[in-house]
Design a protein around this ligand. Structure first.
Ligand code: ATP
Ligand code: MG
Length: 296
């Protein structure tokens, strides 16, 4: 594959990736690519820019347009929310979930409403920018409701008498709260994903492989922490049991007799749980350090 990558470079192939021009996905998409080590010429206010150290071109587009550009091969890759993909059917392929822009699509009703079960939606008017996802959900639940398709500011629909409920993106719920609404039924979860065009030539696939390798090492690093701690020598075995890590932990002697420093890697998900167990086992001076890249 490495050879194919060099061949791709010789052929002057460039992978084109579409990201959101401005909005909630923009900064994190760009940060992720920069964490992968790609450097871009200042792209502010431009519609496209080129990486200076990798065969990668960035296209800045509205998020709703990205799947279509990727489907048609105008862009080879794209970063979008799953909610956008789900709303229309595209022929793009899902490459990787990216773990940011996490949100849910939910039904919300006025705070004083007693609507809590899906069946109570029968005969109701629901305003949304996601009519297809909503219709599919209602069909799956055998519910018949009236969908009002609007393109923005959905939260005000109940307040102005346009709808009894809304179906929209929720993350913290603060927008709902400030509009006198409450979340009642969660329909789907969404996060940012990397998609690719259905027809990618071998040279571009080789570049994509390199990009995915870097993405995985950044994601692994973000999901893991480097942990350092001190412990009395007689506790090393017990502590090593709690710290499985990538390999067996590193143990270094301290100047203070009978004590050692133990180093390992723990996953983000369970490090709080591990820290309590470690303290109970006698660990002292625990340090948790971020990891920049992690090659497995
Ligand atoms: P554009 O101008 O590009 O069309 P937009 O206004 O449609 O942008 P944004 O509000 O920037 O879209 O949201 C982009 C994506 O970010 C959404 O499709 C969704 O996947 C995700 N998203 C939206 N709201 C939130 C939120 N509150 N928390 C987390 N992710 C969100
Ligand atoms: Mg949009």
């Amino acid at each position: 594959m490495r050879q194919a990558f060099f061949y791709a470079q010789k052929m002057m192939e460039t992978l084109k990736i579409a990201i959101q021009k401005s909005g909630r996905l923009q900064e994190k998409s760009l940060n992720l690519l920069q964490e992968c080590g790609f450097h871009f010429l200042n792209g502010k206010n431009q519609l496209k820019t080129q990486a200076t150290n990798f065969p990668l071109e960035l296209l800045f587009l509205r998020d709703d347009d990205i799947p279509e550009y990727v489907q048609d091969g105008v862009a080879d890759l794209g970063i979008v929310g799953e909610n956008i993909l789900e709303e229309k059917s595209y022929k793009t392929k899902l490459v990787k979930k990216l773990g940011f822009a996490r949100c849910r699509l939910s039904i919300a009703v006025p705070r004083e409403s007693d609507l809590i079960s899906p069946q109570q939606l029968n005969g109701k008017r629901i305003a949304t920018s996601y009519p297809t996802i909503l219709q599919n959900y209602l069909n799956s639940m055998n519910i018949s409701a009236e969908i009002h398709s609007i393109s923005g500011s959905v939260e005000i629909a109940p307040g102005i008498g346009l709808a009894d409920a809304i179906f929209d993106i929720v993350s913290t719920g603060s927008t709902l709260l400030s509009n006198g609404l409450k979340e009642t039924i969660q329909v789907m979860k969404s996060e940012a994903v990397l998609i690719k065009t259905p027809q990618l030539n071998d040279a571009k696939e080789a570049i994509l492989d390199q990009l995915l390798f870097r993405l995985s090492s950044v994601q692994n690093a973000n999901n893991n922490k480097y942990i350092l701690l001190n412990a009395p020598n007689e506790k090393i075995d017990e502590i090593a049991q709690i710290l499985p890590g990538m390999n067996s932990p590193t143990v270094l002697p301290l100047l203070q007799k009978g004590w050692s420093s133990i180093h390992s890697v723990v996953t983000e998900n369970d490090f709080w749980e591990k820290i309590n167990a470690l303290k109970e086992a006698g660990a002292r001076g625990i340090l948790i350090v971020p990891i920049e890249k992690m090659i497995l």
